[in-house]
Structures are given as structure tokens and as C-alpha cells.
Design a protein around this ligand. Sequence first.
Ligand code: HEC
Ligand code: HEC
Ligand code: HEC
Ligand code: HEC
Length: 376
Amino acid sequence: MKQAIFGMVVLSVALLGCGEKKEAAVKPVKGDVAAGKLLAEKTCKTCHGENGGGVAPAIPHLAAQREGYLLASLMEYKSGKRTHAGLRDIAAQMSDADMRNVAAYFAGLPPVQSAAATDVKHTSLYEKGKAFAAECASCHGEDGNAKTPGTPTLAGQQPHYLVTSILEYHRDDRKMTSMKSVVRDSDRLDLESLALYFSAQTPVQRSTPTHGDAVAGEALSAMCSGCHGARGVSVDTATPSLAGQDAQYLAKATKAYRTTRQNWGMQRYVANLSDKNIDDIVAFYASQQPKPADQILGSVQELAKKCDRCHDQEGDASSTSAMPKLKGQDKDYLVMALRAYHDGKRESTTMHNMSFPYSNAIMDNLASWYASQPMK
Ligand code: HEC
Ligand code: HEC
Ligand code: HEC
Ligand code: HEC
């Protein structure tokens, strides 16, 4: 009899185990919140806070994060897919049940109030760029629309190109005393904020007279449009738009690639052009309607809509989703995570592709914006 009962117990335990495994394959087993709380207080509190809020910059908030994502992250630290020495050691000590429990506990906490909400305006690189741009206004115009022949318009120009070209003056690759002295003391983030500001302005077509033949220029421009875009409106952040640019500047800049300006692609294309060819091409591009750089920069909110498709969908209540919420997350942590994806240091093909086109300035702005939003 005793034997029989024991046998039955063993059998039902075995069945239970079986059922549990099957369940797990279909939907994750619910964690034990009370057990998760105990573990969190013992092991996580020093960094992730009593309330699930990161206690210092660059430590993520876990409160109200999706359960499925918390669980997936912990498993990735344990397996080594996500690298962070501290978390790897902590996760290595945890059983699958510990992870489920602690994920359920943090996911169930109310969101922490984000402190960044009040200072987002001060951290906006666009505003910072706008303030710097005052130094450039005497030559390039207040909004980057220059009026003096020979001085390029910066409004609507591609952002990566703006940064590169300023660095070229710094390094003296492009010789122009006025430009070198103006931008010498800027650091990288200042440059990116300037680029952010100028590229978001609407360019106005220049009216400097040209002496080339625009029709002949249009035919020749076929070999330029692969990089500079149809009718000189570039769609690549590192390649400048030429449409509507100042004719005198365009001619000088194009010819400079035959002598002083270094750029392998450009040198190859310009080497065989005569002065007449260049004047014709310039006449064509200068007469085209300019358009502002694609609004990856225009407003961060617009860009964030792309991100929200995956991250912060309205009405996405599924707690098992492995998609992290970004709203209300710690700003420094978001910046760090984005840069890690961008540089391929945190593994995720999707996020690498998403973050790759963006400069540090944009990632910083996106992070500020998300950090300032209330987590839902
Ligand atoms: C010594 C400080 C420290 C302790 C203790 C700690 N964490 Fe963390 N945690 C961090 C830091 C820093 C990160 C960001 C790591 C990275 O960049 O991947 C992080 C990231 C995480 C993430 C990923 C969050 C996200 O948004 O991607 C999870 C989940 C997490 N921790 C859970 C825990 C749990 C659960 C515990 C306790 C069992 C714990 N942590 C203990 C510092 C800590
Ligand atoms: C004293 C007048 C002057 C001031 C002030 C000035 N610039 Fe310039 N800038 C020029 C001229 C002239 C050129 C064209 C130089 C050349 O031919 O290479 C130029 C070129 C540039 C270019 C290259 C554009 C391109 O299409 O390649 C950038 C970018 C630029 N300036 C940014 C700035 C910024 C940013 C500021 C303010 C921080 C500034 N400039 C202030 C006169 C000025
Ligand atoms: C292989 C791609 C490619 C092709 C083809 C190409 N360009 Fe460029 N062009 C670039 C890149 C990239 C830059 C920025 C280089 C730099 O930083 O100096 C540039 C820069 C320029 C500039 C300087 C703009 C400024 O604001 O200073 C002019 C003008 C220009 N190209 C004209 C032309 C013309 C005209 C042709 C066709 C005859 C042409 N390019 C063909 C890639 C290309
Ligand atoms: C196609 C879906 C998709 C889109 C669109 C997307 N992401 Fe992600 N994102 C993911 C996935 C999946 C992860 C989790 C990857 C991992 O495990 O590291 C992630 C992770 C992140 C993280 C890490 C969060 C944390 O808590 O560690 C950040 C930050 C982030 N994304 C920012 C963005 C931004 C900003 C955009 C828009 C420019 C964006 N994502 C667009 C799918 C997407």
C-alpha cells in the first residue's frame, strides 16, 4: 500500500513535470512574484533600487518593463549572448525559476517616475546647435541660407557630410582661414549639434548667375546622380546635396577635387572633366530645386514613431513580448545601448540596422526624448 502511494506520488510528480515542460513550450510559466521579490531585495536592490529604478545613470530601470524581455535579457547574460561581466556573474548564479520569478516581480512594479522629464529641453542637441549657429550667421545666414556668392548654403545639407566637411577644415585638408578659425574649438558633439540644426532647415535656391549650359550639364550629371541623387538631391547622409547650391561655390568645390580636396570617389569622377564640363554641370545643379535632408533629423518624435512600431506600440499589453519598452528608461542607459548596437558591440541584427544610420547626436536626442516620456 505504502509502495503504491509512493508510486502514485512519483507518477503524478512525473506527470506534473511533463505537463510543465509542455506548458513551457507553449507559453512561459508564470513566475512567482513573492520569490522574485526576495531575490531582488537580496541581489538586485543595490543597483536596480527598491522600486526597480536604476540607482545611478546607465543602470536601466526594470520596473514595469515587459516580463518577456526581462526574462530574455537574463537568459542572454547567462548564455553570454549579451556581454556584461557583472550581469553574467549574477545570471550564472540564477536558475531558470529564479529568472522567471524576478522577471515577474520587476514587471509587476509600477513604473518609476523619470527625472529626465524636466531637463530634456536643455539636453536637446538641436537647441544647442541653434545657439552655436549664431556664430555662423554673418556668412551662412541665420538659418544656413547664405546669400554671398562663394559661401555655401548649409540649410538642408546632409548631416554626416556637414560634420565631415567641418573636420576637413580642422585638419586643414580644406584650406580656408575664415572657416578654420570659426570652428576650431568645437568638439564632436558640438559639430553634430550644428549639423543637426542646419540639416533640419529648409534650403532656399541661390540666385548667383551661372555661365554654363544647363542642358549639356544635365546630360553630364548622369554620372554624378548615382551618388548625389536625382537632380542633386542626395538621399545619403554622407553625400552632399548639390541642388540649388551657390554656383560660384559649386564650381570652386568641384575643381578643388582636381587639386587640393581629397576624396577618392570624387577625384575619379572629376579628373576627366574640362572646365567647360564643370561649368555646365554647375549650371544644371544650381538651377535645381533644393530639398532638405531626409528628416531623420527633422524631429525626434517623427523618428521615434519608427521605433514605436516595435517598442512602444499602443495597446500592446502582451507581457510575454521580448520587445523592451523604451519610454521612461534611464537616458544614459539608452545612449549606451544604442551606441553598442550601432558599433556592433551588442548583438542584434535588427537594432544594428536600425541604429546604424544615426550619428551620436541623433542617438543622444532619441534617448533624451524616450527618457522624458512617461513609461506606460
Ligand atoms: C552591480 C550592479 C547591478 C546588480 C547588483 C544587478 N544589476 Fe542588472 N544591470 C546592471 C547594469 C549596469 C545593467 C546594464 C548592462 C548592459 O549594458 O547590458 C543591467 C542590466 C540588467 C538587465 C537588462 C535590462 C535591459 O533593459 O536590457 C536586467 C534584466 C537586469 N539587469 C536584471 C538584474 C537582476 C534581476 C538583478 C538581481 C538578480 C540584477 N540585475 C543585479 C547593474 C546591476
Ligand atoms: C567669415 C565667414 C564665415 C563664417 C563666420 C563661417 N563660415 Fe563656413 N564657410 C565660409 C566660406 C567662404 C566657405 C566656403 C569655403 C570653401 O570654399 O571651402 C564655408 C564653408 C563651410 C562649410 C562647407 C560646406 C560644404 O558644402 O562643403 C561648412 C560645413 C561650414 N562652412 C560651416 C560653418 C559653420 C558651422 C560656421 C559657424 C560655426 C561657419 N561655417 C562660419 C565662410 C564662413
Ligand atoms: C562615387 C560617388 C560620387 C560620385 C559619382 C560623385 N560624387 Fe561628388 N561627392 C561625393 C562625396 C562622398 C562627396 C563629399 C566628399 C568630401 O567630403 O569631400 C562629394 C562632394 C562633391 C562636391 C562638394 C560639395 C560641397 O558642398 O562642397 C561637389 C561639388 C561634387 N561632389 C560634385 C560632383 C559632380 C559634379 C559629380 C559628377 C561629375 C560627382 N560629384 C560625382 C560622392 C560622389
Ligand atoms: C523591427 C523592430 C524594431 C525597431 C523598428 C526598433 N527596434 Fe529597438 N529593439 C528591437 C529588439 C528586438 C530589441 C531587443 C534586442 C536585444 O535583445 O538586444 C531592441 C532593443 C532596443 C534597445 C535596448 C533596450 C534595453 O532595455 O536594453 C534600445 C535602446 C532600442 N532598441 C532603441 C530603438 C530605437 C531608438 C529605435 C528607432 C530608431 C528602435 N529601437 C527600433 C526591435 C526594434
